[in-house]
Design a protein around this ligand. Structure first.
Ligand SMILES: [Zn+2]
Length: 175
């Protein structure tokens, strides 16, 4: 069911919402007393209230970032489920996700511990799925030159793709 997603990506923490509510209270309250302290010319207390605002804002940021990465992890994991074989190119994956920052996000999710059972070769830009019951068909990748900008890109043999640099369609002829 939850292929490619770690516990971190799946688990809903019930305390996130109350923690955000409390932290936001501290942010607004801290900002209010900051203005009061500034009016009174109490710089030390004003500085302390800035620290309180910053710490609480940072906690809110971390929780929201985690939630956002969880949502992205499920999108990215489900797209891997849709992959036709155990290997796919990053360009193809980006197209499936309709996301031109797919590689960057994929790496953040993997390094952050949200995705598992997936290997990535940054040099060949090929994703390999591990521990999956997908057919172990060997997909053959070839390097083609973009007809528009000349950039070299790895594509699955026989399948059409788009240039990751200029978005030119790369149509492969019959062989
Ligand atoms: Zn191009």
């Amino acid at each position: 069911m939850y292929h490619f997603m770690t516990n971190k990506a799946i688990k809903k923490r019930i305390w996130d919402i109350p923690v955000i509510a409390i932290c936001l209270l501290f942010v607004f309250a801290g900002f209010g007393v900051f203005l009061d302290f500034m009016k009174e010319g109490d710089i030390a207390s004003a500085a302390m209230s800035v620290v309180i605002v910053a710490v609480n804002a940072y906690v809110v940021y971390r929780i929201l970032r985690h939630r956002l990465l969880q949502v992205k992890a499920s999108r990215y994991a489900f797209a891997l489920e849709d992959a036709p074989g155990i290997a796919l190119s990053m360009d193809e994956y980006a197209q499936m996700l309709a996301d031109d920052k797919a590689e960057q996000t994929f790496l953040v999710l993997r390094q952050g511990g949200y995705l598992k059972d997936v290997a990535y070769n940054g040099a060949t830009r090929v994703i390999t799925l591990l521990n999956t019951d997908k057919p172990a068909v060997t997909e053959e990748f070839i390097t083609l030159e973009c007809p528009n900008c000349g950039a070299k890109t790895r594509v699955l043999k026989g399948r059409n793709a788009r240039c990751p640099y200029c978005d030119q369609a790369i149509i492969q002829g019959q062989e």
